[in-house]
Design a protein around this ligand. Structure first.
Ligand SMILES: Nc1ncnc2c1ncn2[C@@H]1O[C@H](COP(=O)(O)OP(=O)(O)OP(=O)(O)O)[C@@H](O)[C@H]1O
Length: 376
């Protein structure tokens, strides 16, 4: 880890949503509180890529939106480069957003279908009053950087494949030269054959733009080849943090172990030994007592029903490897799960690095469309 000050410091961040099922609930005061994010803390150093991983509903997107203040946090602070974002007015926040941009999961819904891709990429420059008189050239430059031919700038999102639309989403995020990129499941909606290309592209652009990245995913095998450090989220809480290789070689929290077990294993013998996690993430309206993972945990004891381990109290929580589990130290150091032997590791270096050549290439819309499957 770098010895510089963190660029982003998230401290005791909490985001609750108030939900009611209609007018009657409102009148009766029967509002429910969705505890989407519960008192989480973590730092990101300049130039680092930190992964946030967890099942659907664990609070990853809400964390991202709260960091960007697209949703105002209920409590806690988000400090970016020494500025407490919770203190900023809406106008100051708008100015600030030039520095932090987001790439969304689903490029089909996050791009305005009535605008050409050129207009879409140009929009953030207009909002922030940048590149006046040079916007057309900047759009062309960005399209080339993300591997799209500028001659297609007048085409509309539906004329592109899913992978190409995500390239447009990335160009839009980079249009104002941000320092920090939040990538919210940027490849989850894409066909597997396209995922490595987009991850490659992000890796190249990270170097070019000197970016710090918060990378959100539910798939640990994506995280492994993209991130320096990982925070694992369950039901609104961070349950384990570690440098990436450490997390994979000696996961400490039973939930992290379960996520590793969930990675597909082609060898039937090894697949049989896997113990996939049963059940679903409980409702954040009424989370379980004690350790919130205890109802699904294979190692849970009576104590886990009442004791709620606080990650921030665990040694190494800010600069090393820490897990919020009272039994963490009793587990074997090695999980025995080898991703290298698994087809689940489709992002292994030989597949991942420069899967589509040494640099971003210009792709004809039709060419990549042919390579994508019906899922798009
Ligand atoms: N605006 C909202 N109002 C009420 N509840 C919400 C709202 N946004 C999110 N939630 C709830 O908060 C919890 C966390 O959702 P969130 O989208 O952050 O999880 P996630 O880990 O990003 O999952 P996914 O990958 O499915 O998006 C979920 O139970 C979700 O239903």
């Amino acid at each position: 880890m770098s010895e510089q000050d963190p660029i982003l410091e998230v401290e005791n961040l909490t985001k609750h949503f108030v939900q009611n099922d209609g007018v009657l609930d409102r009148l009766l005061g029967a509002d429910k509180t969705v505890k989407a994010v519960q008192d989480i803390s973590f730092d990101i150093d300049p130039g680092e890529t930190v992964g946030l991983v967890g099942e659907s509903g664990s609070g990853k997107s809400t964390t991202a939106r709260s960091i960007l203040h697209l949703d105002r946090p209920t409590s806690g602070t988000v400090t970016y480069d020494g500025t407490d974002l919770t203190e900023l007015s809406s106008k100051e926040l708008k100015r600030f957003r030039k520095r932090i941009q987001i790439v969304f999961q689903d490029p089909a819904s996050s791009l305005n279908r009535r605008k050409s891709v050129g207009q879409i990429i140009r929009q953030p420059m207009k909002v922030h009053g940048l590149y006046k008189g040079e916007r057309t050239e900047r759009v062309e430059e960005l399209m080339e950087q993300v591997g799209l031919s500028p001659e297609y700038s007048n085409r509309y999102p539906h004329e592109f494949s899913g992978g190409q639309r995500q390239r447009v989403g990335i160009a839009r995020a980079l249009a104002v030269e941000p320092e920090f990129l939040v990538c919210d499941e940027p490849v989850s909606a894409l066909d597997v054959s396209i995922q490595a290309q987009i991850l490659n592209l992000l890796e190249e652009l990270q170097v070019e733009y000197d970016l710090t990245i918060l990378f959100i995913a539910h798939d640990l095998s994506v995280i492994r080849h993209v991130c320096d450090r990982v925070a694992v989220m369950y039901l609104g809480e961070i349950v384990e943090v570690a440098e990436t290789e450490q997390l994979f070689s000696s996961p400490q929290h039973p939930y992290t172990r379960a996520l590793l077990e969930a990675i597909p294993e082609p060898d039937p013998e090894l697949a049989r030994q896997r113990k996939p996690l049963s059940g679903e993430v409980p409702s954040p309206i009424d989370p379980p007592s004690g350790c919130s993972f205890h109802p699904r945990c294979p190692n849970a004891t009576e104590e886990c029903r009442s004791v709620d381990p606080d990650l921030t109290q665990v040694e190494g929580a800010t600069d090393g490897h820490a897990a919020a589990c009272i039994h963490a130290e009793t587990f074997e150091p090695d999980s025995g799960i080898t991703l290298e032997s698994s087809m689940g590791d489709r992002y292994a270096p030989e597949n991942f690095l420069h899967a589509d050549g040494p640099g971003p290439r210009s792709v004809e819309p039709a060419e990549e469309l042919e390579n994508t499957e019906a899922s798009e």
